[in-house]
Design a protein around this ligand. Structure first.
Ligand SMILES: [Zn+2]
Length: 256
């Protein structure tokens, strides 16, 4: 049977890497154990494999969010998480301790120029290419989250769902949310919308302006596919990967 798969799905994977570039380790005030704990809590480990959809376009950030978080707004003034030291450049650990040596404005701007801006340019150029080619672009913002809330999380409610779908009132059509929700519920999962995490990424140039840019965030509870203590895949991993592939296939079929 022939299955139509849209070429134009862009998979944005901002948090899968735990790589700290050599030379940047010295920014941190943490011991090796403390750093590895933070990386364990904050890395959306294996999301690059889980969301590896054939035919999709990947925009994956290759270094850890502990250096620069490309999912945040560039300016702290726009970014609510900067209130807990987790804006574009983190200054605090998940439990509120000082994470790094104090940085000058210039040091921060250097990091933004080196990592944040090129990443967003890449995403924007993929989006523009899709728009030019097909008249629309679909972005799937791919994440995972810990089963227990982190101290820095705004939403502390438990139990957490198996999946969280993040939406934007302008860029996420209700029909697409329903489709994703139905697909996950059919597989037997609990799903919440914008809880415990909300929103979905859209390039700033088009944010709230271009209706033909569709974006949806899919967040998966890490306890489904890995051992959160050891950081290893569990024996459900490949089953979950297949279920996500099925979900992405459904999203790819969505008629814009
Ligand atoms: Zn994430």
């Amino acid at each position: 049977m022939m299955t139509f798969v849209r070429r134009s799905m862009i998979l944005h994977i901002p948090h899968s890497s735990d790589f700290i570039p050599p030379g940047m380790r010295k920014q941190f005030l943490l011991s090796e154990t403390e750093l590895s704990t933070e990386l364990n809590l904050l890395t959306d480990k294996f999301t690059d494999e889980l969301f590896a959809f054939e035919g999709g376009t990947f925009v994956r950030f290759p270094i850890s969010r502990l250096i620069v978080d490309v999912e945040r707004f560039e300016s702290d003034a726009d970014e609510a998480m900067s209130n807990v030291g987790m804006g574009v450049i983190y200054t605090r650990t998940t439990d509120g301790k000082q994470l790094k040596h104090p940085m000058s404005r210039r040091q921060k701007n250097d990091l933004i120029d080196r990592y944040y801006i090129p990443h967003h340019q890449k995403l924007l150029s993929e989006v523009k290419q899709e728009l030019a080619m097909n008249g629309y672009a679909v972005i799937v913002d791919c994440h995972s989250f810990p089963n227990q809330p982190l101290p820095c999380d705004t939403d502390q409610s438990e139990p957490r769902p198996h999946f969280c779908i993040g939406t934007d009132s302008f860029h996420t059509p209700t029909a697409l949310v329903d489709l994703a929700m139905d697909c996950l519920k059919k597989t037997g999962y609990t799903v919440k919308i914008n809880e415990p995490y909300s929103g979905t990424l859209v390039p700033m140039e088009h944010f709230k302006k271009e209706t033909m840019i569709i974006s949806i965030m899919i967040e998966i509870n890490r306890s489904l596919y890995m051992d959160e203590e050891t950081g290893e895949k569990n024996d459900q991993f490949y089953l979950i990967q297949a279920q996500i592939e099925n979900l992405l296939r459904e999203i790819a079929r969505y008629e814009v």
